[in-house]
Ligand binder design. Structure first.
Ligand SMILES: Nc1nc2c(ncn2[C@@H]2O[C@H](COP(=O)(O)OP(=O)(O)OP(=O)(O)O)[C@@H](O)[C@H]2O)c(=O)[nH]1
Ligand SMILES: [Mg+2]
Length: 376
């Protein structure tokens, strides 16, 4: 990977220039604020700019090395045999028999139903979503999608799952707090959200309550500095109230909290004391790669907070997003956003029905590598 430096007025400007000049694969590696003389002969006229270090993928890069390694590995007979075994299992799973619950549905409806189940959506939930998408077709003599596959599925999801990504951008919510288990991606998501809300024209401020974990403050401060947003650290509930007060000119205050194990009642109570004193919308962040049961457990334990909605992180780390659909369907909690990778600010999607529909219909990586064919 080659690195270059870009000087820009804002992170937004830098990201746009970066993508335009170097393509979609270029990433922001680091950034720092610099002061530059606007007129070289006048020392006191200084402008604040950002110096962004960007990484540009090159031919023969790390990715090629990894691909070569994988090819070498595949040549190994033993490994190839076990890969084939996995592929066979995936093929079997992919063509899962839906006869026990797909009866009465048209072939195309059955295909989407089986794809949902393959991706981890519970049978009864998948069936209810597909039923909602279908109507009785007299000619076929069975239930079939009311419109085209995609449109029918999207309309049905709209009736059964609450996604509030787009409305949140225009909402009047003033304080948004992210809570959740350790390491799920709260801090990274706060950084991404502050970029998105700033881009949407909101005046954003950021507060962190995570002052005791080594490096936590710096992790967030560096992002927030790059975006030129005010940043406060609150070590006590009183500090938090003071910070909120000081940021009263902001349209939106994003509050990051330290990760808490859902089993640690003491630390959960500690956080509760902080949040009791402010009027905020609290979002529970859950990683998509947690099992469904662990997600429900976290929702119950964090239920001691008035949780307004959910954020699902690390969607890129699972090919089986069914658990996310199950949890959103069962709890009816509004979903604010999905995060899709480690890159700040790009890897986030404000929750919307097109994204969820694609998630169900798209052929997953495992399908492809197992020689699957699109079914929907
Ligand atoms: N693959 C992937 N990794 C992510 C995503 N979001 C965050 N991460 C990574 O997950 C790790 C933890 O992220 P943090 O944002 O520090 O998580 P956190 O919830 O703030 O962690 P604590 O404050 O320690 O509880 C980091 O390596 C992030 O880069 C995502 O959407 N996808
Ligand atoms: Mg954190």
């Amino acid at each position: 990977m080659r690195t270059e430096k870009i000087i820009a007025g804002s992170l937004q400007e830098a990201v746009e220039e970066l993508k335009k000049t170097y393509g979609e694969n270029a990433v922001v590696l680091s950034s720092r604020i610099i002061k530059k003389h606007r007129w070289g002969f006048l020392p006191f006229f200084k402008t604040t700019l950002l110096e962004i270090t960007v990484g540009i993928p090159e031919e023969g890069d790390f990715k090629d090395m990894v691909e070569k390694e994988v090819k070498d590995l595949e040549r190994d007979e033993k490994i190839r045999r076990s890969i084939n075994e996995v592929a066979k299992t995936v093929r079997e799973l992919k063509t899962e028999d839906v006869s026990d619950y797909g009866e009465g549905f048209s072939l195309r409806a059955k295909r989407v139903l089986s794809r949902m189940v393959y991706k981890g959506v519970r049978k009864e939930i998948a069936k209810r979503i597909i039923e909602e998408a279908c109507g009785y077709d007299i000619e076929l003599g069975m239930l079939d999608f009311k419109e085209e596959v995609r449109e029918s599925l999207r309309n049905s999801l709209q009736k059964s799952i609450v996604l509030e990504g787009n409305s949140a951008l225009g909402s009047s919510s003033r304080i948004l707090v992210l809570i959740g288990p350790t390491g799920v991606g709260k801090t990274t998501t706060i950084a991404k959200l502050s970029y998105i809300f700033k881009k949407a024209g909101k005046r954003v401020g950021v507060v962190t309550l995570d002052s005791y974990r080594v490096g936590a403050v710096e992790q967030l401060r560096s992002f927030v500095n790059v975006m030129e947003l005010p940043f406060k650290i609150a070590e006590t509930p009183k500090d938090l109230m003071k910070s909120v007060d000081e940021l009263s000119d902001r349209d939106l205050i994003l509050v990051d909290t330290a990760g808490r194990s859902q089993h640690d009642r003491f630390r959960l109570n500690e956080l509760k004391v902080f949040l009791e004193n402010i009027k905020a919308d609290i979002y529970l962040t859950l990683s998509a790669n947690l099992s469904e049961l662990v997600m429900y457990e976290a929702i119950m334990q964090f239920g001691m907070f008035p949780v307004r909605g959910l954020i699902f992180s690390k969607m890129d780390e699972t090919s089986y997003p069914g658990n996310v659909i199950n949890v959103a369907y069962r709890t009816k909690l509004p979903v604010l956003c999905f995060t899709t990778g480690q890159t700040v600010p790009d890897d986030i999607v404000m929750a919307n029905y097109d994204y969820l529909t694609d998630l169900i219909l798209e052929e997953s990586h495992e399908f492809r590598s197992a020689g699957g064919t699109p079914q929907a």
